[in-house]
Write a new protein. Structure first.
Length: 450
């Protein structure tokens, strides 16, 4: 039996990076432990600031941190995971027309593959709507908003003009609310360069199926956020769900719960718009949902030590795992905060597994929640203290700035925020193409030499 222990981490998001960095600290002087990280991108994306990239507040490259600059002894592969075989303890990476596919063998595996946008089976939405999950999504949405402004400024048909300047955001969670606030800020700032567009022409609508926005947040803070959004001209329709989207019209209806006593018909309305932004939920990636692991709601079922059922050498963390909080009896929400907490426990338990020591149970203990709702206004609930307005906005910026792992990126973001105070936002539309489907090459290398 080989004395070398091979730890393979799949996923370069918050969970995967945090886990690898903790593992490196545990095994910094142990050459018998080899750590490998696989990610589809060669950068860590700081997703909480995606809405600010879409609005032009922050430059695109400033919220991406090259993964290789964060690693000390970990071997890194930029590749897509093609297959996971927990029986043979092998992970296959896809090849392309330019590079060979390979197989990686492991002794311990950490699954931190994250999630993808959940369209709930509505294929038409996936094709016609815009998302806010990746860096490309933010750039494409920003280009779309600028394109609508360019078209509307020269449009003589008032109905079509109104449709071009109407933006519907589905989802009243953190992503939806923050996107709506940033989008409205950008539209109002950019309007000065479009002489034929009036403030009354712009319409931003948020649709939320639940009775209130920001589910899980403090009720008073959520109410404050709603009032603030409405004051700034953003229409928020709670208890309303999307029925369909044709690319030109959004059909909405009441999202009322079924009543046993009598059937109450839903009210159906329509909103004329060319742009629909979908932020209504996420689901684990397909390779996890289709794996041989035991899953629930698409996530890999794990025990209190974050180990997969039937495969104790496999750990699942972040958005791709399913773990129930014993206190609330509800699944732990897929947030970056929870992903990092799980990553630390998983790394510690990996160390314990290799050193044959006692493992640590994961205990769900959220430290707080924050959401920015527009210019110099936010809501925050930190260690039981509820804040709103400018103070919460300042705390939001300070905490997230400190969470950026590289000092050079922090300085660049700080400069972006400072420039936003004194200068107008850039309205140049960068013509980027949607990524093409890669051509896969057959696997021709069966092992990776460590």
């Amino acid at each position: 039996m080989s004395l070398v222990k091979r730890i393979l981490v799949l996923g370069g998001g918050f969970a995967g990076i945090e886990c690898v960095r903790k593992l490196e600290s545990y095994f910094s002087h142990d050459d018998s432990v080899h750590i490998t990280l696989v990610s589809e991108d060669n950068f860590l994306l700081f997703t909480p600031m995606l809405p600010q990239v879409a609005s032009g507040t922050i430059e695109t490259r400033h919220i991406v941190i090259p993964i290789r600059t964060l690693l000390k002894k970990t071997k890194f592969y930029e590749a897509e995971v093609r297959n996971i075989d927990p029986y043979g303890k092998t992970v296959t990476l896809s090849g392309t027309s330019e590079k060979r596919g390979i197989s990686l063998h492991y002794d311990y595996l950490v699954l931190a593959l994250g999630s993808q946008t959940n369209f709930f089976g509505m294929d038409n939405l996936e094709r016609l709507s815009y998302s806010m999950k990746s860096l490309n999504d933010a750039v494409v949405l920003r280009n779309r908003v600028i394109d609508m402004l360019e078209q509307a400024d020269n449009e003589t048909d008032p109905i079509l003009k109104k449709s071009l300047l109407t933006f519907v955001i589905v989802g009243g969670g953190f992503a939806g609310i923050e996107t709506a606030g940033e989008l409205m800020d950008f539209l109002h700032d950019a309007r000065k360069f479009y002489p034929n567009i009036e403030k009354s022409d712009i319409r931003v609508v948020v649709l939320e199926a639940l009775p209130s926005i920001l589910p899980g947040f403090n009720e008073k803070l959520a109410k404050f956020a709603l009032e603030k959004l409405q004051q700034r001209g953003i229409e928020v329709k709670v208890g309303t769900k999307l029925s369909s989207f044709s690319g030109e019209e959004v059909v909405i209806e009441d999202a009322q719960p079924p009543k046993a006593s009598a059937y109450v018909p839903s009210t159906i309305n329509a909103i004329q718009t060319m742009t629909l932004v979908w932020t209504a939920g996420v689901t684990p990636v397909d390779i996890v949902k289709k794996s041989v692991f035991k899953t629930n709601r698409g996530g890999i079922v794990v025990n209190e030590f974050l180990q997969a059922v039937d495969f104790p050498e496999v750990f699942a963390i972040g958005d791709c795992c399913y773990l129930v909080d014993p206190l609330s009896n509800r699944p732990i929400p897929p947030t970056a905060q929870n992903a990092e907490s799980e990553a630390k426990v998983a790394a510690k338990n990996l160390y314990s597994s290799i050193k044959n020591s006692k493992k640590t149970k994961f205990v769900y203990s959220p430290r707080g929640q924050m959401a920015i709702i527009g210019k110099r206004s936010a809501i925050a609930s930190i260690f039981g203290i509820h804040l709103h307005g400018f103070t919460a906005w300042w705390i939001w910026r300070t905490i997230y700035l400190l969470k950026i792992p590289k000092i050079n990126k922090r300085i660049r973001i700080l400069l972006d925020w400072t420039a936003d105070v004194f200068f107008d936002r850039d309205i140049a539309r960068l013509k980027v193409m949607r990524p093409k489907t890669p051509e896969y090459k057959e696997l021709d290398e069966v092992d990776d030499v460590w």
